[in-house]
Design a protein around this ligand. Structure first.
Ligand code: GLA
Length: 383
């Protein structure tokens, strides 16, 4: 496994002993963006890239952590007032606190970690980090917390210790990922099924705009609030609708005059995205990736024009894809930068990548990065 040697040797060098090693992956999402916190479905899958951590109890009440990639150490206690100064250490601290809230008592431990999920690319490096610690600490300290609760631990770390009011998609995919499968997840109740993902004749590739994406302090939370305000109005007229993605367009239009134009636009995206996801899922079971692709373009332009979470560079990449005859292309993840996800016919792949590199660098001075997607397993112990 990539990075295993470096994790093992760094742990030994820092702490003079060997610990246990765990891995949690980042994720892709085929379709269903910003639907998780709107009570809708998502269709993510874990990737073969993620966070690799080593840890061992140290017999104290302190955590001593080292980030291999940042070459930074942090030492902190485990009580609420011990919140570490380093942003990256807050993820580990948050996980420990959220486990404690669920009766999962950790003791002090030493740890190092490294990752190969590109940061800020919309592939959920932070969820991978949270999931790795939630999974590992639960295992090492025999907390007996079930996997769905471990997902919540990661999500609540984001809410309470990072400041992003995210949904559950990223942490769910990281904990529950399965090789060769996407996860059709109903975010309103966490029920899910694994859907085999074998797009025969197609490749799935990510193009990273290398525009940095950070959801902290971003309008992400505002989008969520917009949808919640509209859902509240719809709910007054249609009590069966609790979340935005559970409404249809008639129900949404019935409250048009009661909400701001901006909030309405956000909700219009969410309702449309729920519909696109349903269409795409049906099409996928029939192997009809052309329809899936059409829905993906719909998502892209919805995210760009209605939800307003795209950026010039990602619109450019989606347009280049469309011109190159790519089946489906769209911005992936929270937005404001990061990658497009592309479903492209095998025989068009080389031409598309060459065109995207050439045109993107002519316009922005550098090439997009290219990641071929491999759907891998979720969180696990390595050794
Ligand atoms: C981020 C969040 C997820 C989800 C996506 C958008 O990745 O962490 O919960 O909302 O954005 O689909």
């Amino acid at each position: 496994m990539k990075n295993l040697e470096i994790v093992r040797s760094t742990f030994k060098e820092k702490f003079g002993t060997d610990g246990s090693v765990y891995f949690s992956p980042g994720r892709i999402n085929l379709i269903g963006e910003h639907t998780d916190y709107n009570g809708g479905f998502v269709l993510p899958g874990a990737v073969d890239k993620g966070m690799l951590i080593e840890l061992k109890p140290n017999g104290t009440d302190k955590i001593r952590a080292y980030s291999i990639d940042l070459k930074e150490s942090s030492e902190f206690g485990m009580n609420e007032e011990d919140r570490p100064a380093e942003g990256w250490a807050r993820y580990i601290f948050g996980v420990v606190r959220e486990l404690a809230k669920r009766d999962g008592k950790a003791e002090g431990f030493d740890t190092v970690f490294t990752g190969d999920v590109p940061l800020g690319a919309g592939m959920s490096s932070s969820a991978a980090l949270e999931s790795a610690y939630a999974y590992a600490l639960n295992d090492i300290f025999k907390m007996n917390i079930d996997k769905k609760q471990l997902v919540k631990v990661g999500q609540m770390t984001e809410h309470n210790y990072v400041g992003v009011n995210c949904g559950i998609m990223d942490q769910f995919a990281s904990i529950f990922g399965k090789e060769g499968h996407l996860i059709k997840l109903d975010c309103s109740n966490m029920e899910f099924e694994y859907v085999p993902f074998e797009p025969k004749g197609y490749k799935v590739v990510l193009l990273d705009s290398v525009v940095k994406h950070a959801l902290v302090g971003s309008p992400y939370n505002e989008r969520r609030l917009s949808c919640e305000r509209v859902a509240k109005e719809v709910n007054k007229k249609y009590p069966e609708v609790e979340h935005m993605c559970q409404a249809n367009f008639d129900q949404l239009n019935a409250v048009k005059e009661l909400v701001s134009a901006e909030d309405f636009m956000r909700a219009e995206y969410a309702v449309g995205e729920a519909e696109r996801l349903r269409t795409a899922c049906d099409a996928m079971t029939k192997g009809d990736f052309e329809t899936v692709g059409k829905m993906m373009y719909g998502t892209h332009w919805g995210m760009s024009k209605l939800y307003e979470v795209s950026c010039e560079e990602l619109d450019f990449l989606a347009t280049v894809a469309e011109e190159a005859g790519v089946t489906g292309s769209r911005i992936m993840g929270g937005g404001f930068g990061g990658c497009t996800i592309n479903v492209v016919k095998e025989d068009l792949y080389d031409g598309f990548i060459a065109k995207a590199k050439k045109e993107y660098s002519a316009k922005y001075g550098h090439e997009p990065k290219v990641y071929d997607v491999v759907i891998g397993e979720g969180s696990r112990k390595i050794c």
